[in-house]
Design a protein around this ligand. Structure first.
Ligand code: PFF
Length: 445
């Protein structure tokens, strides 16, 4: 299959390339920044258990649903939905436009604030190599000075957006696939090195029991709903990112295997990142429940006190940047694919033009923490769950049986019982659980 940076589509060259790109989308700030601080805030093991349940009941079924819609539709999220739900009349049209609009909106909104947080991680890389200097008053002051400095945040936000646009403009195969084939192994290598480090320096035992020994007295209804929302964010679901990547697959053959691999990688990397972070936290007798500042304040504080802290800090923030980069690429690709497939733009023009618009939309987040939180909440609590709800209903009820089950049918033995289990889950269980999140988001409980 040939790649194309002009008006044509291109596609992934190898199956491994697809898995690494999709895992690259899934593994991001959600895993290394959000998951650990959520776990810390909601008391550890019980939150982890509920999150794992949400991955199984909502994440996995939707991941297959999105990938098969893209694979069978063969186009951007809007065109794929339109093609596969055409026989369903008005319901198909409504679902198509609902999902398409939410996808474009989420692509713009998420990437706009995501690039600001990723930019902070870039600043910490610069700090680790001595290209920037820390505030002598300590880690909290360093982070506050960065997050409160609009032009500085905007500068790093710009650097990150340029990195993302460069890859997407280069094409699916020579940009996205090539980058992820380097970034993902690098990410796993850095994470394993950090794991080796903490297994020597201690704290691993307390970290393990914090993550895996559930204390249900700490489990609130809010924690359950937070875990469900996080399942969407961390697997890049609800806005057609996996539809878009699925559309670059050449056959139905490995969809089931690939989606399992992506979900496993995403979950394993979140757990390992949590293990490393809490090992450092506990070995220094620090607080796990520090909230969003866990990674940007607590950790740098600890890095300054541990042996070899400078190198560990560099490795950690590189990990964060690499993870965010491959996710940012997929966020931009959702909108770029739509402009290319639907409106016939050239890939390069689409990547640059849309990148500039998203960059502009990110400026308010660079200058205001409240605006950043607003964008984060709007997308994570409302837009992704609503998009996921519509996609689940479409995959379960509007697709033809042949399209819907194509990935299972390609399994040796025909995968009939798996297909039946999946269809039941995506029709009833997934939408019901997602509806709970949305209603909670609207404050109805
Ligand atoms: N999954 C990414 C993370 O965990 O950081 C965030 C994300 C990427 C969400 C792409 C949605 C998306 F389409």
């Amino acid at each position: 299959m040939s790649d194309d940076t002009g008006g044509g589509r291109g596609g992934f060259h190898t199956d491994l390339g697809f898995v690494l790109a999709a895992a690259g989308s899934a593994v991001g700030l959600g895993n290394i920044w959000k998951f650990p601080y959520n776990t810390g805030e909601y008391g550890g093991g019980a939150f982890v258990l509920v999150y794992l349940g949400c991955i199984a009941l909502v994440g996995l079924p939707l991941l297959y649903g999105e990938m098969i819609i893209g694979r069978r539709g063969g186009k951007d999220v809007l065109s794929s939905m339109a093609a596969l739900t055409a026989q369903s009349g008005i319901a198909g049209t409504l679902a198509t436009w609902g999902v398409g609009l939410l996808a474009v909106g989420s692509g713009f909104f998420i990437l706009s604030f995501y690039a600001v947080v990723a930019g902070w991680a870039l600043h910490f890389v610069a700090l680790s190599v001595g290209l920037a200097s820390a505030n002598p008053a300590g880690s909290e002051a360093t982070f506050t000075a960065l997050a409160g400095d609009g032009p500085l945040s905007a500068w790093w936000h710009t650097v990150f957006m340029v990195l993302v646009v460069l890859v997407v403009a280069a094409g699916v195969q020579s940009g996205i696939e090539r980058a992820c084939k380097i970034l993902m192994p690098a990410l796993m290598g850095i994470l394993l090195l950090l794991l080796a480090y903490v297994s020597v320096t201690g704290g691993l035992g307390s970290s393990l029991s914090f993550l895996f020994r559930p204390d249900f007295s700490k489990l609130s209804a809010e924690a359950v709903l937070e875990a469900l929302g996080h399942a969407f964010f961390t697997l890049s679901l609800g806005m057609g990112a996996m539809v878009t990547y699925g559309s670059y697959l050449a056959s139905d053959r490995h969809v089931v295997r690939d989606q399992l691999a992506v979900a496993l990688l995403d979950t394993a990397i979140a757990l390992l990142a949590g293990l490393v972070i809490f090992a450092v936290v506990f070995s220094m007798g620090a607080e796990p429940g520090a909230g969003p500042g866990l990674v940007f304040i607590t950790l740098p504080d600890l890095f300054r006190q541990i042996p070899g802290g400078g190198v560990v800090s560099l490795a950690f923030f590189l990990l964060l940047v690499v993870a965010a980069w491959s996710s940012g690429i997929s966020l931009l690709e959702v909108v770029v694919a739509l402009a290319v497939d639907r409106f016939g733009w050239s890939r390069r023009m689409a990547a640059i033009g849309i990148g500039i618009l998203i960059w502009g939309l990110g400026l308010p987040s660079a200058f205001s923490g409240e605006f950043l939180d607003f964008m984060d909440n709007l997308t994570t609590r409302y837009m992704l769950p609503i998009g996921g709800f519509l996609i689940a209903l479409s995959a379960g009820w509007l697709l033809s049986k042949e399209d819907r089950e194509a990935g299972f049918a390609a399994l040796p033995g025909g995968g009939t019982s798996l297909a039946t289990t999946w269809t039941f889950t995506i029709r009833f269980i997934t939408p019901a659980l997602v509806l709970l999140v949305i209603l909670n988001g609207l404050g109805l409980f």
